[in-house]
Design a protein. Structure first.
Length: 112
């Protein structure tokens, strides 16, 4: 059951519930040169940094670094860097995120 989708350009990003546990999933949309997926229960995601300009989260095998900067009122640029095993970079993805979606995203991790 999908609870909330967070649009990040060329990435699919969503919060959903499975077997009573809430998950966060991010993956490259079909057709990207590198196939990867960050899919972890919120209870097992470690938050390294959660600020207005950066979100760094660590799952079991993948880490994500999301950097935000203002594009226009109500819209921000988002640069997402996935890392395999926390240190091996596997690309850079650029997209846009609405301020309301960014706020929702950060609120989910600020108390983790």
């Amino acid at each position: 059951m999908i609870k909330k989708e967070i649009h990040l350009g060329a990435l699919e990003s969503k919060f959903y519930e499975e077997n009573g546990e809430e998950y966060y999933k991010v993956n490259a949309i079909f057709g990207s040169p590198i196939s990867w997926s960050f899919n972890n229960p919120l209870s097992r995601i470690q938050v390294e940094e959660c600020s207005e300009s950066c979100l760094i989260i660590h799952g079991k095998y993948m880490s994500l670094k999301m950097e935000f900067s203002e594009l226009s009122p109500g819209l921000q640029k988002c640069r997402v860097k996935p890392y395999l095993l926390g240190f091996y970079p596997i690309g850079v993805y650029f997209g846009e995120i609405s301020c309301s979606n960014k706020r929702h995203l950060l609120e989910r991790f600020v108390h983790s």
